[in-house]
Design a protein around this ligand. Structure first.
Ligand SMILES: [Zn+2]
Ligand SMILES: [Zn+2]
Length: 406
């Protein structure tokens, strides 16, 4: 097979659109929908999507409404230290299929191709630009079960083309490499750096273990930044099985994601610049921290399971607390079908609140660094007695002020 083959889109069979079951059928012909009560499969008669028919036509996204897909992936490796770049064009026939280890499926082994590219540009380590945590071996392309080594070559290549085309939603894999081999990741050092950043930004760093189900022993671990005084979020957004797994699966961007939403009910603080010593990254004992959090998932007095536990890094130390169930909330949401859904969520609270952050406050001079302006929900507007800083009141930078590296 020569050139780049184009195959018919499997999602729409070349029609450029699909006819799908309308989502209103999941809940049946009801205006008010309760979370755990599945419908009987009938359409909602006043559905705004299907007008009660139960099926809707949608433009086909995988093929971009063309009805066809290119059976082509491009792997590009760039060494950012030297500027050397090499690419490989993956079309049917370029990579010889191999059996998947331990199973009967066949796949296209792209890892050797990636390593050839790395050797060509002199990269000792590399990462996928789009998904840095993904395996550096590139995408995994499984072949249809019908693929067998004994099939005629045109049939084999056609099946390979279908498999490659199915992966072509993101057809260009850009890998950025460095000449030196990356040292193994030091998870404790990473957590220490995040603690230091929390100190710098006057934020809490929260390490949390939450029970996946109310009576289950398995815990779901997550790490995130919070504004001090905020409520426990309804969703943890982390699914790691232990603390090292949570650190490994979390980037700084992940830990910051949703910070504003989580802090909407937190007490407001007035922040102003000040001279201060740059905090050092603490040394964190992961085993000890994990054991303490796991221990807090059991009530000391009764031996009953709690909803979870947290360790909160605030004011340069860890504060430990369990999580307790504090009732449920109901939220009514209008769906795109026009139905009204009632969502129930368990409300969690901390069993014990760490002391308020020890940020410098109490003076009304322009040198005030941080000042709490409310103890309840964030005020609708700033109080009028806050000191207003003007250009003339900003102190000149000290000559020997310590600098904080990023
Ligand atoms: Zn399509
Ligand atoms: Zn519908």
């Amino acid at each position: 097979m020569t050139g780049v083959p184009v195959v018919v889109c499997r999602a729409c069979d070349g029609l450029t659109f699909t006819v799908d079951t309308c989502v209103c059928t999941y809940d049946g012909d009801r205006l008010f929908v309760e979370g755990d009560r599945p419908g009987d499969g009938t359409a909602y008669r006043d559905c705004q999507l299907c007008q009660g028919v139960g099926r809707v036509a949608r433009p086909c996204r995988p093929c971009g409404q063309t009805g066809r897909r290119r059976a082509q992936l491009v792997l590009t490796m760039a060494n950012v230290d030297t500027g050397a770049v090499a690419s490989a064009n993956v079309v049917p026939g370029v990579v010889e299929p191999a059996p998947w280890p331990g199973g009967g499926d066949w796949h296209l082994p792209l890892a050797p191709l990636v390593r050839e590219l790395a050797a060509a540009v002199g990269a000792g380590s590399w990462r996928d630009v789009r998904m840095p945590n993904r395996s550096p071996d590139g995408p995994v392309v499984f072949l249809p079960r019908r693929w067998k080594p004994g099939l005629p070559e045109p049939t084999r290549r056609a099946l390979e083309a279908a498999a490659i085309a199915a992966e072509s939603g993101w057809p260009w894999y850009l890998l950025l490499g460095r000449t030196a081999v990356d040292p193994p990741r030091d998870l404790a050092a990473d957590l220490g750096r995040w603690c230091r950043l929390a100190d710098l930004l006057y934020l809490d760093l929260v390490v949390e273990a939450r029970r996946r189900h109310s009576h289950a022993d398995d815990l779901s671990w997550s790490i995130r930044y919070e504004i001090p005084g905020g409520a426990v979020p309804a969703e943890a957004h982390g699914w790691a099985d232990d603390l090292p797994g949570a650190i490994a699966a979390t980037t700084l961007h992940d830990a910051m994601y949703g910070l504003i939403e989580r802090g909407r009910a937190a007490p407001a603080h007035y922040l102003a610049g000040r001279d201060r010593e740059c905090p050092q990254a603490p040394s964190v004992d992961l085993d000890q921290l994990e054991r303490r959090i796991v221990a807090d998932c059991t009530d000391v007095a009764t031996g009953a399971a709690t909803a979870g536990a947290q360790a909160v890094w605030r004011d340069g130390r860890w504060w430990h607390t369990s999580l307790r169930t504090a009732g449920t909330t109901e939220t009514f949401v209008e769906r795109s079908t026009g139905q009204i859904a009632c969502r129930q969520a368990v409300v969690l609270r901390r069993g014990w609140q760490p002391p308020a952050p020890d940020h410098p406050s109490g003076t009304s001079t322009a040198a005030t660094a941080t000042r709490t302006v409310g103890c309840g929900p964030a005020p609708a507007r700033w109080p009028v007695d806050l000191p207003i800083r003007t250009a003339s009141s900003v102190p000149a930078p000290a000559a020997a002020r310590p600098r904080c590296a990023a």
